[in-house]
Design a protein around this ligand. Structure first.
Ligand SMILES: Nc1ncnc2c1ncn2[C@@H]1O[C@H](COP(=O)(O)OP(=O)(O)OP(=O)(O)O)[C@@H](O)[C@H]1O
Length: 279
């Protein structure tokens, strides 16, 4: 936090600025599409009319000062806010054109299709193998032991963890290092064959080496899954993402190509944030 920070001038003429450039992803069908999403926690209006597209060949970073609503919006994308009794979500979010808030949507299936990795690694207190096998088992993805073994191996390989754990799959997942635990959680999300992976500050509890490994992994996973990542770290957003969404006070102020957001932002509030004048 910059002690001498000047608050963002919210009277700046942002409202007349389009949120995204006109030529951005024209004609591309988004993997997820959010329209006019609002979130309330009781009287608190935490997300205000947010509309954004998430693409399956891109990593999208959500940035913005603490409390601006990044995590709240991320949680809307797989209905994790349903678990917060005072949270109310309005608007429309689609996954492959399907309304995820429709009463017909099976939320357990949705959360397999749109997996989530949290700030603090949260492996189950079970073996490494069981951490991965649990999801595929409840979703009926393997018909026998050899198929399950193959899913476990493939998921751990994709998460870049196989070589480190292949000889100790029966050890507890919680005995791994923090960085390994986070890659185990990513492998667990991958095991149920998701289409989208949401990451909520996945590196904030990790040291620089473990962080670098997760960032490398995000590069490798790009193209296999649509990825949306909340991060406080602007360098990280610049390194791992191709699209960046800047949130402030619950609004999506600007969305665009990461390279442009960091070098030539269109909104004054974005510029103030990325130049460290706020946050
Ligand atoms: N479970 C909750 N109950 C009530 N208010 C909440 C809850 N979760 C978040 N909020 C409020 O909603 C607003 C947005 O919070 P959110 O955690 O989404 O912001 P954020 O941008 O992810 O912040 P940070 O970067 O600090 O994690 C904040 O004012 C926060 O206090």
């Amino acid at each position: 936090m910059n002690e001498t920070a000047t608050p963002i001038d919210t009277d700046a003429p942002d409202v007349s600025t389009p949120v995204a450039p006109d030529d951005l992803d024209v004609g591309k069908t988004p993997k997820m599409k959010a329209e006019d999403v609002n979130v309330y926690y009781g009287d608190k209006h935490a997300i205000k009319d947010v509309s954004i597209n998430i693409h399956d060949d891109k990593v999208t970073a959500f940035i913005g000062p603490s409390g601006c609503g990044k995590s709240t919006f991320l949680r809307c994308m797989n209905r994790m806010n349903d678990t917060i009794p005072i949270a109310k979500v309005t608007g429309h979010i689609e996954l492959d054109g399907e309304d995820i808030y429709s009463p017909r949507m099976d939320v357990v299936q949705l959360r397999a299709r749109v997996g989530m990795v949290f700030q603090k690694p949260n492996p189950f207190p079970k073996s490494i193998y069981e951490n991965i096998a649990y999801g595929p088992r409840i979703h009926g993805l393997a018909s026998g032991k050899s198929e399950m073994d193959a899913i476990v191996e493939k998921s751990l390989k994709r998460a870049g963890l196989w070589d480190e754990v292949k000889d100790r799959l029966e050890d507890s997942g919680t005995a791994l290092s923090g960085g390994q635990q986070q890659r185990l959680c990513i492998a667990r999300a991958i095991a149920v064959d998701p289409e989208v992976i949401l990451m909520d500050e996945p590196c904030s509890a990790l040291d620089p080496i473990a962080t670098a490994k997760i960032e490398e992994l995000i590069h490798e996973l790009r193209g296999k899954y649509a990825i949306a990542i909340v991060t406080h770290n602007m360098q990280q957003a610049a390194r791992v993402s191709q699209r960046t969404a800047f949130f402030h006070l619950g609004e999506l102020v600007e969305y665009g190509r990461t390279s442009e957001i960091f070098t030539n932002p269109r909104a004054k509030r974005t510029q103030d944030y990325i130049t460290g004048r706020y946050g």
